[in-house]
Ligand binder design. Sequence first.
Ligand code: KIV
Length: 251
Amino acid sequence: MSAMKVTAEMIRRMKGQKIPALTAYDYPMAKLLDEIGIPLILVGDSLGMVVLGYPDTTQVTMAEMEHHVRAAARAQPHALLAADLPYRSYETVESAVAHAKRLVSAGAEAVKAEGGRQILNQVRAIMAAGIPFLGHLGMLPQSVREEGGYHVKGKAESERQALLADALALAQAGAFALVLELVTPPVAKELTQKIPVPTIGIGSGPDCDGQILVTTDLLGTFPWFTPKFVKPRLNAADQMRAAIEEWKKSI
Ligand code: KIV
């Protein structure tokens, strides 16, 4: 990856390529990911669990998102820096645009929100305000309470059809890419073949255009829970424990 600034349009044009994307919630991680050449960095509301200690993403506030977006943006990444609109911050067109603008003022260059046709007016209004939009379909973590857990999507034919209709609607509305979370691999593959913008999968099999992970899952810095579909590449928590133990004994 060159040092050229990555735009949403560049990510859109990466359809068909393998796009690596990861989350960052602070300056050092955003800087590290950028130095490695990750083209898309997400300040995800997963920060609620892996940084702030909440049980799920529904308690993450707008102020918390802004705080972490500011920290990541200080790394001035060449990567596109996207940020999640938190729970209930995009229930109306007006609030969606106002909150998206706040994330942009904090340093985000694109925003992500969960849902398809039911948030289409908000998505159109965000883009009409000049803010690139990243979709998120499949298992929607902000709906964990209504859904009573984190369930794989696309097993039933009705779910497959709804996912396809949502994906096409978001792409048509101008989303530059779509995150597909916990979508069955065959359905994720079908969506990837049928929609004109990149799909970025998480727990949705190998056939999406890109893949995104919560970086703490990949590195093992939040060892108390790792999703089944993640193979950590490092057990950083064990190494940190060992280093701290060694230092403790040394004083
Ligand atoms: O909040 C987040 O980190 C996300 C990714 C898992 C896609 O939405």
